[in-house]
Design a protein around this ligand. Structure first.
Ligand code: UP5
Ligand code: MG
Length: 215
């Protein structure tokens, strides 16, 4: 008698998508300079279909935008390894998320936010502006010794053109990481949100570990 009902009901997947569209899913990707955040994010995108938003890339793009009101400020912060005020970074991230959702009619709603939040100002600003708007799944933490990161970054610096890929800026970036960013990772660790991965192996081995959290 009720045979017609199942066909009228939306599928489980459809219901899930309706709810997902309302709230983008977010994974924060953290770790020191050169830990391999960008490299692993590219692999996650390829295999698991996430959208990669690198806070550093968005800031570098804004820095290079002609007539940007904050371009010079961003340039100074990046060269000094300091963390750009959250209003700027969070604004760029929210805009990028909204654009992606709009352009894909909500099809793409799973975001890897790479290199953010990096300090208390970032954390507080994000929580104020975004906490209710997104579903934070977990924090991927690529744990890599400073010596390994230094070798990687200085090698990349020969061709990257990044104004902060030099020994002087790198020292400052590591200092900022240890004093400001690591405490944020520890903060998320206290609420069981952190998925830690040993990042001082070849990229494929690191990705095998990473993939476990996406199955
Ligand atoms: N490489 C990667 N993985 C490897 C592996 N497993 N084995 C061997 N080599 C590996 O990799 C770095 C290099 O290592 C590459 O040459 C790669 O081939 C090789 P990458 O994947 O780029 O590492 P990643 O962790 O992304 O390093 P990155 O330099 O991007 O890290 P940072 O966190 O320093 O840079 P980011 O772009 O996020 O930020 C730059 C600056 O922007 C910050 O210092 C800050 O001033 C500013 N910023 C903010 O102010 N606020 C933000 O929210 C974000 C950034
Ligand atoms: Mg990066």
């Amino acid at each position: 008698m009720f045979n017609f009902i199942p066909s009228l009901l939306p599928s489980v997947q459809a219901v899930r998508r309706i709810f997902s569209m309302a709230k983008p899913q977010v994974i924060f990707v953290l770790g020191g300079p050169g830990a391999g955040k960008g490299t692993q994010c590219a692999k996650i995108v390829e295999k698991f279909g996430y959208v990669h938003l690198s806070a550093g890339d968005l800031l570098r793009k804004e820095k290079n935008t002609p007539d940007s009101k904050v371009g010079q400020l961003i340039a100074n912060y990046i060269k000094e390894g300091k963390i750009v005020p959250v209003k700027i970074t969070c604004g760029l991230l929210e805009k990028a998320m909204n654009e992606t959702m709009e352009e894909t009619n909500g099809e793409k709603y799973k975001f890897l936010i790479d290199g953010f939040p990096r300090n208390k100002d970032n954390l507080d600003g994000w929580n104020d502006a975004m906490n209710d708007k997104v579903d934070l799944k977990f924090v991927l933490f690529f744990d890599c010794p400073e010596s390994v990161c230094t070798t990687r970054i200085l090698e990349r610096g020969q061709t990257s053109g990044r104004t902060d890929d030099n020994a002087d800026s790198l020292k400052k970036r590591f200092n900022t990481y240890a004093t400001e960013t690591k405490p944020i990772i520890d903060h998320y660790g206290e609420s069981g949100k952190v998925r830690k991965i040993a990042a001082d192996h070849d990229p494929e081995t690191v990705f095998q570990e990473t993939s476990k959290y996406f199955q």
